[in-house]
Design a protein around this ligand. Structure first.
Ligand code: URP
Ligand code: ZN
Ligand code: ZN
Ligand code: ZN
Length: 529
């Protein structure tokens, strides 16, 4: 068992290492400014106006466009063996798709089979990931509990650049409550971030058994067997257990209003709970499971499932915006409180901070394994390419997110929580040159080839995607290099997780109380030149 030797990335030569992005609106999570950005050898070297630049530098004109930090997708599954089959996307094809959509870093999951060594599996994934076109980090899944697992978590954190572990409350590799307690305690001990897949496994298994016995065998049974409360109960339980050992907790794929509400009850004060939702949940709802075409319905099967409540996507987007408002400036009732002088105050709920894809693709024939028994449909959807456009369309274009909050929930907050900030997640001198030139006026219709969310037209498309200083999407032309991506270590004790003073910065800017008519204008306050 030895550590893999990482190839040195093939950087381009001499003057092509230099790039000037001119005339764009640079947007970070906390500000927006008209600035040119000069890149050399994969790093941002200068920002501002009237920069003095060496001759022979390539210039990209970003007039009328946003210059954004490259997306960080904190949740993907590439080259992953699941439900007895392997995902369609490898690290090469998955990161190629990521770049096409404006994502320049992914964090994937090392997934040991129950009983397998975490460390051995980690080495396997390091090897598998060598074909990646963009940078990548790893979370490690804890699929059983033992002293050896505990020791391996320590080694992974101290010697292998891993600062997050995912535990499951469902599937046959779930941990029970006392094992969760021990795993959370170990995460806290190591300065790692505990992640949890929150669904009540035993309850949904019983539900599924009864549904199948009644003849409900199609994909609609998937959601019926794991309704919102099955997710919300587990979120609450995970938060309670984490609190016993004062462990920061990150709930992955929050898919329902009830789950977000459960998380909200544990947020605030000195809380350290973090929530991630998915592009799939923001762009689609559970009506997909009733589609007459098996492939269409099965293509949307993931866990936790999409929800029949059609208000879910907008509600989750508002939890990301943390504005306590609907798109039309009306207060969301659950976020209301009456203040002493009779005015309605909006609570800063701060429930969700990140968006991911949970990209885990299976093709039609793989999904067919569940024809006649929905419990056998491989769980997972795609989205690594579409995430940025879906969040822009349903967030910024819909008037719910500001461009700055878009940057926070697609990039900066992931960089902060997994301790990659400010190397990644911002456009700043000294940061990696992971940059997207985003065209808010161009549109793209998600193709049928990607099936889930097929047909959705998104305003907001990347024109250029720069990965470590290399133009990998060039005026819409994909020019990726296999193996160009680097493994990025995620060190323990991320200040934004473990230092309470830094927690505040994960929140969006306070919402000012304005007349209803002004709300949309406020949302759009970052105007293009
Ligand atoms: O259905 C899903 N979400 N598939 C990927 C595995 C997981 O639980 O994240
Ligand atoms: Zn999960
Ligand atoms: Zn179909
Ligand atoms: Zn997942």
């Amino acid at each position: 068992m030895s550590a893999p030797v990482k190839k040195v990335p093939i950087h381009l030569q001499s003057s092509q290492n230099r790039l000037l992005i001119k005339n764009g609106k640079v947007v970070n999570e906390d500000d927006a400014s008209d600035a040119d950005v000069y890149v050399e050898d994969g790093v941002i070297k200068q920002m501002g106006k009237n920069l003095i630049i060496p001759g022979g530098t390539r210039t990209i004109d970003a007039r009328g466009k946003y210059v954004l930090p490259g997306g960080i997708d904190p949740h993907t599954h590439l080259d992953f063996q699941f439900f007895g089959t392997r995902t369609a996307d490898t690290f090469y094809s998955g990161t190629k798709a990521a770049i096409a959509g404006g994502t320049t870093t992914i964090i994937d999951f090392v997934f040991p089979e129950k009983g397998e060594s975490l460390l051995d599996t980690y080495y396997d994934y390091r090897q598998k990931a060598e074909g990646a076109c963009c940078d990548y980090g790893f979370h490690v899944c804890v699929t059983h509990w033992s002293d050896r697992v505990k020791q391996e978590m320590e080694l992974l954190t101290k010697e292998h650049g891993v600062n997050s572990f995912k535990m499951f409350m469902a599937y046959d590799f779930m941990l029970d409550d006392s094992e969760l307690y021990c795993a959370f305690e170990q995460c806290k001990q190591l300065g790692a971030l505990a992640q949890v897949h929150a669904e009540n496994g035993p309850v949904l298994t019983e539900n599924a058994r009864r549904l199948l016995a009644k003849g409900v065998t199609g994909p609609e049974g998937h959601e019926l067997s794991r309704p919102e409360e099955v997710e919300a109960e587990a979120v609450n339980r995970a938060c309670v257990i984490a609190k016993q050992v004062d462990c920061p907790l990150y709930v992955v794929h929050v898919m329902s209003k009830s789950a977000a509400e459960a998380l909200r009850r544990h947020a605030g004060g000195g809380r350290r709970t973090f929530g991630e939702t998915l592009a799939a949940a923001l762009g689609a709802d559970g009506s997909q499971y009733k589609h007459q075409c098996f492939h269409h319905a099965a293509g949307h099967v993931l866990s936790p499932p999409l929800r029949p409540d059609t208000g879910t996507p907008v509600a989750l987007m508002h939890h990301l915006a943390d504005d306590g408002l609907t798109a039309f400036g009306e207060a969301v009732t659950s976020s209301l409180t009456q203040s002493g002088d009779g005015l309605v105050d909006l609570l800063a709920s701060d429930v969700l901070q990140l968006t991911a894809s949970d990209h885990c693709t299976f093709n039609k024939s793989q999904k067919e394994a569940g024809k006649g028994d929905f419990t056998k449909i491989p769980n997972g959807v795609n989205g690594v390419e579409d995430r940025m456009s879906v969040v822009w369309e349903k967030g910024v274009h819909a008037g719910i997110l500001t461009p700055s909050r878009f940057v926070a929930v697609t990039s900066t907050n992931a960089a902060k929580l997994f301790n990659l900030y400010p190397r990644k997640g911002c456009i700043a001198v000294g940061s990696d040159a992971d940059i997207v030139v985003w065209n808010p006026n161009a549109t793209r219709t998600i193709s049928a080839a990607t099936h889930h969310q097929a047909g959705m037209t998104c305003h907001g498309v990347p024109d250029y995607v720069i990965v470590n200083g290399r133009v990998c999407l060039d005026e819409g032309q994909l020019r990726v290099v296999e193996g160009y991506g680097r493994f990025v270590e995620t060190p323990a004790y991320a200040p934004f997780v473990y230092n309470p003073d830094e927690l505040e910065s994960l929140k969006p800017a306070k919402v000012e109380h304005v007349e209803h008519a002004d709300v949309f204008q406020k949302m759009q306050k970052v105007k293009l030149a």
